[in-house]
Structure formats: structure tokens, C-alpha cells
Design a protein around this ligand. Sequence first.
Ligand code: DQA
Length: 144
Amino acid sequence: STLLLLHGPNLNLLGTREPEIYGSESLENINTRLRDTATASGHELLSFQSNHEGALVDRIQQAAGEGVSHILINPAAYTHTSVAIRDALLAVAIPFTEIHLSNPHSREEFRHHSFLSDIAQGVVVGFGPQSYDVALNGILSTLA
Ligand code: DQA
């Protein structure tokens, strides 16, 4: 299967951005590790990061024509604001897993609501960069 890993705003700064919250691993490192895990299981993993809501919407729409069978997404701040990303995921009807490095529920009140969690197949939060691995392993276990 083809999987798509999406990262929202400011995640290009992973490794240097508030490392006490988000850890010291770079986004490139996470992408490479996940791609290797997917490849080792006979799958393909594409990845994309943007600081722009519309670019993420465009990438989700594009996934429909690429035969993507599952989307892994850390929507970052758009988690708490974006009806457009929710609607794009509903439009393409590709099952997805929501991922967060931190546990948004233990942080500011404005991070407690997600526009995606109720329509996600799964949600993984709070394990730092390992949240991505937990999510990918969960998805791989459901794929043929
Ligand atoms: C985040 C949590 C969000 O609240 C925040 O805006 C982020 C990162 C996380 O992975 O913990 O940018 O999605």
C-alpha cells in the first residue's frame, strides 16, 4: 500500500523548536525512519510538510488520485482551527490517523479540542517523536 505522512505548520523546525516539549529529533530524521519501516514491510510512505493550510488541503486532495490507502497526519496548530483540513479528509474518504508529539490534553485549554479526532481511525499523542512510530506500526498491523 501507499501511505502518506503529513506535517503541519512549524514542524519543519522539529529538533530546535521547544525541544523540552517536542524532542530533539529533526523532521527529516522522522520521515526517513518511517519510510524505512514502511519499506521493510513492503509498503511505500510519502511525506509532505507545509506551513500553509491550503497546501495541506491540496496535498490531501492529490492523495485521492495516488491510491493512498492511509494518511498519517500531525496537523500541528491546524488541529485546533481547521475545518478545511477536516473537510478535505472527509472529501477524499481516506482513513487517517492523527498524531501529536505532545499530549495536547495536558496543555493549554485551546489545544484540547481537535477538529479531526472524531473522524480519525486512531489518535496517538504524547510519546514525542515515537508517536509517529506507534501510529505507523498500528496502521501496518491493519494492512494486508
Ligand atoms: C502538536 C500539538 C499542537 O497543539 C501544536 O500546535 C503543534 C504540535 C504536537 O505534535 O504535539 O504544533 O501537534
